[in-house]
Design a protein around this ligand. Structure first.
Ligand code: GDP
Ligand code: MG
Length: 699
């Protein structure tokens, strides 16, 4: 099989010694010709099929080829490719890959490629696609023997690069594909004959032939319903026709594979596509990385500065709710719980909703425009340098959103060791749940440079992930693995509607988290701080009197359960410059990173020793001073302490959801526990060094 004019008939004639008519125009071969010949003790039944650009069942040729492949089930398919037009020819190849049939590529017209001075690393391209490639010049009979020797190797399963790969159609489409596959698999007899993945993809392409073929089966109605649902979902989420979307993904695969293997001698002068024009800069050897950093920087700057305004409004609303509750609920346990527990806790976190939405708006923008895939491509080289493949970069980037789906996305990495290493380093990609902590602390302590401070944290995370990847690769795993294609899809205009809906989904998720785990954690922290009660309750009036003479008085909070827990962990975190409340906040952050903030909200708001300070949590943090010990009177959140604390939050154990995801994906608790322990140890060591060395210089 192959495109028209790729030289199929010429190859067929040479191999079989027959004299079919060859022509320099499409459609010469209208039906199939067959002949028989012997080679190395094998009898070959070779069939010359009509030329097609794809097997989408639009015209008689395509339909013929597709039926032939699916019904006659040839042992091996020789895909004849015109080497002077590889991109377009490989489209059909991607469909053969989907069909999960044994393929070998005759890279025909290789003379033309050489004449032009282009260089193709066809061995590597074959390894990437899992299809052995043999260069041929059919018109001169060159390479044909080698081709059929390879055919025998593939048939006997002794060929090294031959394997079945999955083309990655992107996160959303892959979800649709597996759902449709499930529907198809309800009927076992279908998958005996055809690859369910191929049909799922064809159905997503709205391919009439696929619907027709499947309509003979009992589960057709289910298949049809699921397909329609998935097409609608995909089109809504991508803002694109599902057919176009799949085709783009296929070209993304082809472009990615060729970018790594094909060097054209002279760049074509004529008509650069927009994608090529943009790529000249964005994937340029020297500029790509600075550009990526610039985009990240813009993202975190705007996340902080644009978010500041709506954040203020929500802050006001939270304050208003608190004072409203203070007025309408009678004094006592219940009011304290609502105001000091729930509102201080959940309210402290909810103010960051706008920031989260802005962050996801940017992430979705980068994904939709195709820039994210480019970043992965740029990173491929760097990833190879640290012993991983560019494929690992996609989960890593997803980690900026949330580490849990990122851990799940490591499924696309075939190599187990690469997958494990990627899982281990994903948490260094600072997830959006940590952002509230950064914004709170950086905003309070570095109000002028908060955006930059946050940016450095993200960079620190990236650097750490590199360090640990190299460490793991050299210490734990050393095996070499198969290469994979990095997709390089074209740039698209982002659709604002899609970005908005993405943002909205994330906002809803965030709010749900507020109403769930963060609410519960706030109440627990508050309860632990409320009990046991002091013998004599200090009322508000006397409290303001004794606040002048504080210093020796220990407060309700410090005598509470949480205070006692805090005292226990204090020795461990003292060398890092943290007070016990930070320690408790860090521990509670294991449940979810936003809880670091809600716990701080409850603890710093509740402390009756710091009564002079009014207003928002930011204010409280800025003016928090030590009331005892050797730092008495000094500020708790100095710039050094604050930055050390942020580093600790960045590095230490990811939340429980990530740990369980690692357990699930790696198949054992071993890796999950290892991750929890090593990240926390790393956090402590880094924080210790930064704080101790920092104190030498900053006095
Ligand atoms: P088909 O449509 O795929 O069957 O292609 P044909 O076998 O009819 O070949 C189309 C044209 O390409 C013919 O003029 C062949 O002589 C020419 N051709 C086939 N193979 C090669 C090759 O390897 N190199 C060159 N330069 N021309 C070739
Ligand atoms: Mg022909």
């Amino acid at each position: 099989v192959g495109n028209p004019n790729s030289g199929k008939t010429t190859l067929y004639n040479y191999a079989s010694g027959s004299k079919e008519h060859v022509g320099n125009y499409a459609g010469v071969t209208v039906d199939s010709k067959r002949s028989v010949f012997k080679h190395r003790g094998y009898t070959f039944n070779i069939v010359d099929l009509p030329g097609t650009y794809s097997v989408s069942a639009y015209n008689p040729e395509e339909l013929y080829v597709r039926r032939y492949i699916l019904n006659s089930m040839p042992d091996i398919i020789i895909n004849v490719i015109d080497a002077s037009n590889i991109e377009r020819n490989l489209y059909l190849t991607t469909e053969l890959i989907d069909m999960d049939v044994k393929v070998i590529i005759a890279l025909n017209m290789y003379d033309e490629l050489e004449k032009r001075g282009d260089k193709l690393n066809y061995d590597f391209l074959g390894k990437l696609m899992g299809i052995p490639i043999v260069p041929t010049v059919s018109s001169k009979g060159k390479g044909i023997k080698t081709l059929f020797n390879k055919v025998i190797e593939v048939f006997e399963n002794t060929e090294e690069s031959s394997r079945h790969i999955h083309i990655n159609y992107g996160h959303e489409a892959e979800k649709s594909i597996s759902r449709i596959q499930e529907a198809i698999r309800l009927e076992k007899t279908i998958t005996d004959k055809f690859s369910s993945r191929f049909y799922a993809i064809k159905l997503l392409e709205k391919d009439k032939g696929a619907f027709e073929t499947l309509s003979q089966y009992d589960n057709y109605n289910i298949i049809k319903a699921v397909t329609e649902q998935e097409i609608a979902r995909l089109e809504k989420n991508t803002g694109d026709d599902s057919e176009t979307y799949i085709a783009d993904a296929k070209y993304g695969f082809i472009n990615g594979a060729l970018k790594e293997t094909l060097v054209k001698k002279t760049a074509r002068q004529k008509s650069y596509t927009i994608t090529e024009k943009i790529d000249k800069y964005l994937t340029n050897k020297y500029l790509s990385f600075p550009f990526f950093l610039l985009f990240l920087w813009i993202m975190f700057q705007s996340t902080f500065s644009l978010g500041a305004y709506p954040m203020e409004w929500i802050e006001k609303l939270v304050e208003f709710t608190a004072s409203l509750m203070t007025h309408i609920i009678p004094e006592g346990f219940f009011r304290d719980m609502i105001v000091d527990g729930i509102i201080d806790g959940v309210g402290g976190v909810i103010v960051f909703l706008p920031n989260i939405m802005i962050l996801f708006f940017f992430i979705s923008l980068m994904e939709d425009t195709g820039y994210m895939a480019r970043v992965a491509f740029i990173m491929d080289k760097l990833m190879h340098f640290i012993g991983l493949h560019g494929k690992s970069f996609i989960p890593l980037i997803m980690g900026f959103g949330c580490n849990v789906p990122a851990i799940m996305a490591t499924r696309t990495i075939k190599s187990r060791s690469d997958r494990l290493i990627t899982m281990m380093i994903v948490p260094f990609m600072s997830c959006s749940a940590r952002l509230p902590v950064y914004i709170l602390i950086a905003g309070a302590v570095f109000p002028k440079n908060a955006g930059n401070v946050i940016f450095t944290l993200y960079l620190a995370g990236i650097v750490l992930s590199i360090v640990f990847a190299i460490l793991f690769k050299t210490a734990l795993f050393k095996k070499k693995e198969f290469p994979f294609v990095m997709e390089l899809p074209p740039y698209r205009k982002p659709t604002i509607r899609v970005s908005i809906s993405h943002m909205w989904d994330k906002a809803m998720q965030y709010l749900k988290k507020m109403g769930g785990i963060i609410l519960i954690a706030s109440i627990i922290i508050w309860l632990l701080g409320y009990f046991p009660r002091n013998g004599k309750q200090i009322t508000n009036e006397i409290k303001s009197n004794i606040s002048l003479t504080t210093g020796t008085k220990t407060s309700q909070l410090e005598n509470s359960y949480i205070g006692k827990i805090g005292k226990i962990i204090e020795p461990v975190i003292r060398p890092l410059g943290f007070d016990w409340k930070m320690g408790v906040s860090l521990i509670s952050g294991f449940a979810a990173k936003e809880i670091v903030v809600s716990t701080m909200g409850v603890l710093y708001q509740a402390d009756d020793n710091q009564d002079g300070i009014e207003g928002s949590l930011t204010n409280k943090l800025q003016n928090q001073v030590y009331i005892e010990g050797k730092y008495i009177g000094q500020k708790v959140f100095t710039p050094l302490v604050a930055y050390t604390f942020l580093l600790f939050v960045l590095i230490y154990v990811p939340c429980i959801a990530v740990i369980t995801a690692v357990k699930r994906e790696s198949g054992s608790w071993k890796w999950a526990v290892f991750q929890a322990v090593y990240t926390t140890a790393a956090a402590w060591v880094v924080s210790f060094l930064v704080f101790q060395i920092g104190t030498l210089f900053i006095r």
